[in-house]
Design a protein around this ligand. Structure first.
Ligand code: ADP
Ligand code: MG
Length: 318
């Protein structure tokens, strides 16, 4: 079982729904999640990489940017992602180290500030789709942002919201560092918030770019790049459902790449929430032949044992 495992944690594992998301609240929530992760390590999933979302956290940094823009210079989106990787990475490392020690396990837990390469030619840059930051209702503020070049979309009943490009992750720039740390026995936290999006213009250092990479797709790519045997996305529902939210709703248990692809084409999965998770897991299984799953955080152990969650497998001709 000392095969590499990559676990992606959703925003709900970090910022409890319906709460303000104060530092103590986020810490307590992450601590609960890390108790589960420590159990997995104790059980033998020792070569572990964690990745995590950062939506609410980046949203808060953006609000500070806006409120303080006449006092201190606003920071670009790639810096916002870097900041959230640091604070969430610190909190995960701190709580997971403690939970491991409680179980007599001494392992370094190392957050890596990680960059992920994207392409300027990605069509996402022509059509921003990823909503970030607060809902806006003040016409003056909306006009100011439009003038500043932000793309905004109206969300029925809630107001306007900034949208940014969500390009495909092409390569994990800091994968060599992740490999070194794993080889030396560390548990690694990487590609938080989908990674810091960078482009290579060939004119000097990589450039950070105004975009947000989907954390599930970035996790999938990292799992493939490090040769993981298992990629597990842990979220707040028991797995992937078809006919979700209807009387015909059915949770998928074991499903082949081909069958899943069929459901994707039929539009079964919500854009921006379940669709990227399904694509991320399917691509991992398809490209690497490893195990992929989507499960509730509380079912992590059972999902890894094959008795909970949605497990994606290669089909007969796969
Ligand atoms: P995370 O924050 O963990 O990344 P998201 O909120 O982005 O999670 O996605 C998980 C959510 O996707 C669930 O809470 C559920 O409401 C929603 N969802 C949409 N379609 C489906 C589906 N077909 N099956 C299961 N959940 C779905
Ligand atoms: Mg969520």
């Amino acid at each position: 079982m000392s095969e590499r495992t990559v676990i992606a944690l959703g925003g709900n594992a970090i910022s409890p729904a319906g709460k303000a998301g104060t530092a103590p609240e986020q810490t307590a929530n992450l601590h609960r999640a890390m108790a589960q992760v420590a159990e997995l390590v104790a059980e033998g999933y020792t070569d572990l990489v964690l990745t995590h979302g950062n939506g609410p956290q980046v949203g808060n940094v953006l609000i500070k940017n806006d409120l303080a823009r006449d006092v201190v210079p606003p920071v670009p989106l790639d810096w916002c992602v870097a900041q959230t990787q640091a604070t969430i990475g610190f909190t995960i490392a701190n709580t997971l180290s403690f939970e491991l020690q409680q179980r007599g396990i001494e392992r370094p837990v190392v957050p890596v500030v990680s960059r992920v390469l994207v392409s300027r030619d990605d069509p996402a840059f022509q059509e921003p789709t990823k909503p970030i930051g607060p809902y806006l209702n003040d016409p003056v503020e909306i006009a100011r942002r439009r003038d500043a070049g932000e793309d905004l979309v109206e969300v029925e009943g809630r107001g306007w919201r900034r949208v940014v490009p969500s390009p495909r992750p092409l390569a994990c720039v800091d994968r060599p560092a992740v490999d070194l740390l794993l080889a030396d026995g560390a548990i690694v936290i990487a590609n938080g918030g989908g990674g810091i999006p960078v482009v290579d213009d060939g004119d000097g250092p990589l450039h950070g770019i105004e975009a947000v990479i989907d954390k599930d797709l970035a996790g999938s790519l990292l799992a493939k790049e490090i040769g993981a045997a298992t990629f597990a996305i842990l979220t707040d529902v028991p797995g992937v459902a078809v006919a979700y939210g209807t009387p015909d709703q059915r949770w998928l248990e074991e499903v082949s790449v081909e069958e899943l692809r069929g459901y994707e084409v039929a539009g079964e999965f919500t854009v921006g929430s379940m669709a990227p998770k399904v694509a991320a897991v399917r691509e991992f299984v398809d490209r690497s032949g490893g195990r992929g799953m989507v499960a509730a955080l509380d079912d992590a152990r059972d999902a890894l044992h094959g008795t909970a969650g949605t497990r994606v497998i290669r089909g007969h001709d796969g």
